[in-house]
Design a protein around this ligand. Structure first.
Ligand code: ATP
Ligand code: MG
Ligand code: MG
Length: 367
């Protein structure tokens, strides 16, 4: 049977493994956390990402993929020449570093937010004016779910945010006046087959994804445009495997890329239950070079994240959710903590109007 190695054992690895098994594929994950979600459905090597025996086990797989971008370079170096790693080191080097990523997006001909790279305090002078007077200060590395970001509207606020951030380099981005946010994934097999996921609409709360909806409520032509941009990035970055692009949709319909994830994405979880192939199956297929087609859901569908609230007793109304038509629950076997994603619920419906009703009912049951 083909074997797939995964660097990382979180919920994305859990769901990749769950999608791999019915394809006849066995999964091994290298993940230091003994309580990581994927331990329950894959062979789990509980060791650091640079552990020689762990890397030997991954090198014995047919291909290796990853479920997060902050894999140490040493791990990739140790695997080079022994097993295909998809996406490879080139895609990863860009997508784990915000400044480098933005430069590489522009080189691929894709619009980004205006930005200035800040390496030291000397770079602050005039920076906010250059991005339009309002911006977000973001660490270049290790940020997710809006962590390590501050919104700034004055030079003093920028200085204060910079003093508090504690990690360089940073990127100061101009505030993009978007109408909506959408995302789209593209995959490419080693022999060059390209396929796309659905265009999904995303709503964030406190910097964390709250809901995703398919189809996105955008003008005709937006999905085709997003696909063109995704293909341009996949080509320019010599993609093997799957990446997901996050976009801002401007009032005139233009698309600006916010960031790129070198993997399946939280906004694609609704593909698990919309009928058809899921994003997880698509990544497994792309990485192993199995036949691959577009994985657009067959039915309107949506997802709501279950994120730990400040009040530990504020949990979803599970009985109410089970009683709602069209819902399916996905839990990650993680301890509930404030701001931590511990699961999600998908909901599917026969038409967009019914989906809107069911989604509103579902949202009311998840704090
Ligand atoms: P994740 O990787 O979990 O998506 P992150 O920490 O990398 O999160 P971003 O995607 O950069 O964060 O930003 C989170 C959200 O903040 C965006 O989806 C968007 O809603 C808002 N945001 C980020 N950058 C900008 C910007 N330049 N202008 C306007 N809004 C922004
Ligand atoms: Mg990010
Ligand atoms: Mg993001």
């Amino acid at each position: 049977a083909p074997t797939l190695g995964i660097l990382g054992g979180g919920q994305l690895a859990q769901m990749l493994a769950l999608a791999a098994l019915p394809l006849g594929v066995r999964v091994t994950v290298l993940e230091p956390d003994a309580q990581a979600p994927a331990r329950l459905c894959a062979k789990h090597l509980p060791a650091p990402y640079t552990d020689p025996a762990g890397l030997d086990a991954l090198a014995a797989c047919d291909a290796v993929t990853l479920e997060f971008e902050n894999v140490p370079v040493e791990a990739l170096d140790a695997l080079r020449g022994r097993v295909p790693v998809r996406p490879g080191a080139g895609v990863l080097a860009r997508s784990k570093h915000r400044a480098r990523e933005k430069e590489a997006l522009r080189a691929a001909g894709v619009q980004t937010a205006p930005f200035v790279v800040l390496e030291s305090g000397a770079d602050l002078s005039g920076a906010l004016a250059r991005v339009g007077g309002q911006g977000l200060l973001k660490t270049s590395e290790l940020g997710y779910d809006g962590k390590g970001q501050a919104r700034v509207t004055s030079d003093d606020a920028l200085q204060a945010a910079w003093d508090g951030v504690g990690r360089v380099p940073c990127v100061l981005e101009g505030l993009v006046p978007f109408d909506r946010e959408v995302s789209l994934a593209v995959a490419r097999t080693p022999d060059g087959q390209v396929a796309f996921g659905p265009l999904v609409e995303n709503v964030h709360r406190n910097g964390i994804l709250r809901t995703s909806v398919f189809p996105a409520n955008v003008p005709d032509g937006t999905e085709a445009r997003a696909r063109d941009l995704a293909r341009a990035v996949a080509d320019a970055w010599a993609l093997e495997g799957l990446i997901t692009l996050e976009f801002f949709v401007l009032p005139d319909g233009e698309l600006v890329v916010n960031e790129v994830a070198p993997r399946v994405h939280n906004s694609g979880h609704l593909t698990q239950d919309g009928g058809g192939v899921s994003q997880f199956e698509a990544q497994v297929r792309a990485v192993l070079g199995l036949p691959l087609a577009d994985w657009r859901p067959l039915h309107p569908c949506a997802m709501v994240n279950d994120v730990g609230a400040a009040d530990p007793d504020a949990t979803p109304d599970w009985a109410g959710i089970d009683a709602l038509p069209g819902t399916r629950v996905h839990r990650y076997h993680k301890a509930r903590r404030p701001g931590r994603k511990v699961g999600h619920v998908n909901v599917v419906a026969p038409d967009p109007a019914t989906l809107r009703e069911r989604l509103a009912a579902l949202e009311a049951l998840i704090p």
